[in-house]
Unconditional design. Sequence first.
Length: 183
Amino acid sequence: MAPEDTAPRERLLIVEDDAAFARTLARSFERRNHEVRVAASHEQLLEQLRSYAPTRAVVDLKLQGEASGLACVRTLLAHDSSMLIVVLTGFASIATAVEAIKLGACHYLAKPSNTDDIEAAFGRAEGTTEVALTNRPSSIKTLEWERIHQVLAETGFNISETARRLGMHRRTLARKLDKQQVK
């Protein structure tokens, strides 16, 4: 038996509510000799953690329901503080990237990201000074979205309190959140 055959397999938990994308990621990581489980919500994540001890996790930022991917990051690190976590999002923003890293994620990737991108992100958990800087200005919509995410994170993802702090009606905020087809 070759030495690599006896190497412990990485145990990966994918927290993603897009079933097709989660299935594709899971198959791809299984082909790379990972033991993979999938959770589609924060509640399913809690169920998985009762019987499964992942060493790595891939977490979608925008999940259906009340809990966001950032709440999942917090739960995963409370379960195992040494776990490597990569956060994926279809709408990357500075505020959510900062919050994900502050909460303990090792990396933050914009979708579409593939298995190679995610594996590379796990490998770059320490960070680098070699990242290229850009001069692209942010749009008003991007700035608004970043502010909404920042306040959501500050309030523990309480939509009513976020709306109050932003000075908007709760339904207006809910519509804005629903309008963003973020996966």
